[in-house]
Design a protein around this ligand. Sequence first.
Ligand code: IPE
Ligand code: IPE
Ligand code: MG
Length: 246
Amino acid sequence: MNTIEDINGQKLPKHLAIIMDGNGRWAKQKGKFRVFGHENGVKTVRSTVESCVRIGLEYLTLYTFSTENWNRPKIEVDTLMRLLVSSLKKELKTFNKNNVRLNTIGDIKSLPNRAYIELVEVMEKTKGNTGMTLTLALSYGAREELKNAVQQIAVKVKNNIISPESIDETIINNHLYTQNLPDVDLLIRTSGEHRISNFLLWQIAYAELYFIDVFWPDFKEQHLVEAIINYQNRERRFGKTSEQLN
Ligand code: IPE
Ligand code: IPE
Ligand code: MG
């Protein structure tokens, strides 16, 4: 079994993103309600953040609540929001201890006020931290993100702030929620589903994808280590040939 010591520190993914999936099925398998799965999922968030800090990752982005997740039963949405608020309250200390800066992407103004206020407060109180940037994707949808970017750019064109010809990838990037984040290097999805579910469509253009069958509450440091070592053994060619890289 590999441990953190087996990871090559020179070849770390700069930006790791995770689709944390399978809380509901994990609970069901145990004959419990879905909320039990989400509660245990929160524990995995905590341990994963700590592992990423120990590994020395610079950027960790977690898909926490999608624009589509608003369509879940109200009771489940309420539970998720309540869990968000309580874990933010609990984790502020650990973020500061671990030098973690909290960031968000998504339409966080659409969250319940309590959650919004808590998020803003924790972001403010961790903004001076210089270690890992932890980004929570909340009420996040990649298509909505791209739609917003197109609208903002269109307004600038209309007001003659930029010309249509000058629109390039950098300008598009600068209008995304992720404008201050590098592209994703490694994307992990738990629970055996092999899909992207409207997550970071632009930013994963050249990400390495890693799918693992375990449900999110069962995702342990050992799984994370395996994923990173697997990533380190891949050849990222970015369109070139293998010979060109060597
Ligand atoms: C992931 O687990 C958590 C969120 C999407 C908020 P799910 O709740 O999607 O669990 P499954 O996929 O139904 O098992
Ligand atoms: C994706 O999981 C969203 C999050 C992990 C927050 P879902 O469980 O909502 O994805 P689908 O609907 O099964 O694709
Ligand atoms: Mg799911």
